[in-house]
Ligand binder design. Structure first.
Ligand code: HXC
Length: 257
């Protein structure tokens, strides 16, 4: 891959954004390559968690600004749409996703992190949606996702001032799940991933689906999905295994069936 480095290890699919000399800025090639590797991870039963991170000193400094000079209304719209569809795909991905933020997560980089289920950041990371300083605004879903994550007042402040915030401030407002030292970032992320790897991948997928679609629906529909899904879960082997393991005081061995 031209813009990514990819690794499969111990149930985890790693996606390293790999344009370190450009702080991993996202171009169309990167969008297409992430889409293609995710399609592979989706059907690979060995992969149960996906982790995004960046090579070098940044997670990702956003969309590649050097391309913007060539864009017109139609091509800009198309670029935004393609990037946004990728973020939608990541958000709805059937397996849990983690953004391991190792430095700047700005613009499209933060939008990518926001599309993931969890964000774990090193304490030196800086977060922001600075697009307004370029005379544009976030276009990979950020205008909608940030509001849902942190509420309107903080989201408007971050997007309309373009100011960067530190990782600990991100954690305080609910944007970041966990801030850790730079040295322990990978270890802490793996510890977090290990908790997900112990669970039933099938039930995790159903739960993620209900949380996400329910969150985008009137509460009555979300609650109904919850009850319906709750019944469905009782037709799975993993439910039998989980309950049996508890009752027999042993660790469950989930199969994803
Ligand atoms: C292209 C970028 C880039 C970007 C950094 N670089 N960010 N190239 N697109 N988004 C390049 C720089 O030009 C430079 O290349 C090299 O990476 C190192 O960056 P420096 O600026 O020299 O590093 P530093 O001084 O440490 O500053 C780091 C930084 C700054 C604060 C992160 O690079 C910065 O402000 N970047 C832009 C952040 C931004 O505005 N992002 C939003 C983009 S718009 P050379 O060749 O000079 O070494 C966006 C829209 C998404 O994301 C939605 C689209 C639809």
């Amino acid at each position: 891959m031209e813009t990514l480095d990819v690794k499969k290890e111990n149930g985890i699919g790693w996606i390293y954004l790999n344009r370190p000399d450009k702080l991993n800025a996202i171009n169309l090639k990167m969008i297409n390559e992430i889409d293609s590797i995710l399609k592979d991870f989706e059907t690979d039963n060995e992969i149960r968690v996906v982790i995004f991170t960046g090579k070098g000193k940044a997670f990702c400094a956003g969309a590649d600004i050097s391309q913007f000079k060539e864009l017109n209304t139609m091509t800009a719209w198309n670029f935004a749409r393609k990037g946004r569809e990728l973020m939608d795909y990541i958000e709805r991905f059937m397996k849990p996703t983690i953004a391991m933020i190792n430095g700047y997560a700005l613009g499209g980089g933060l939008e990518l992190a926001m599309a993931c289920d969890f964000r774990i950041a090193s304490e030196d990371s800086m977060l922001g949606l600075p697009e307004i300083n370029l005379g544009i605004y976030p276009g990979f879903g950020g205008t909608q996702r940030l509001v849902r994550l942190v509420g309107k007042p903080k989201a408007m402040e971050i997007m309309m001032t373009g100011d960067r915030i530190r990782a600990d401030e991100g954690e305080r407002i609910g944007l970041i799940n966990k801030v850790v030292t730079k040295e322990s970032l990978e270890e802490e992320t793996l510890k977090f991933a290990a908790k997900l790897l112990e669970k039933s991948p099938l039930i995790l997928s159903i739960l993620k689906n209900i949380i996400l679609y329910g969150n985008d629906s009137p509460i009555v529909d979300g609650l109904n999905m919850e009850s319906l899904g709750w019944g469905y879960v009782f037709s799975t082997e993993d439910e039998k295994e989980g309950v049996d393991a508890f009752l027999n005081k042993r660790k469950p061995n989930f199969k994803g069936k």
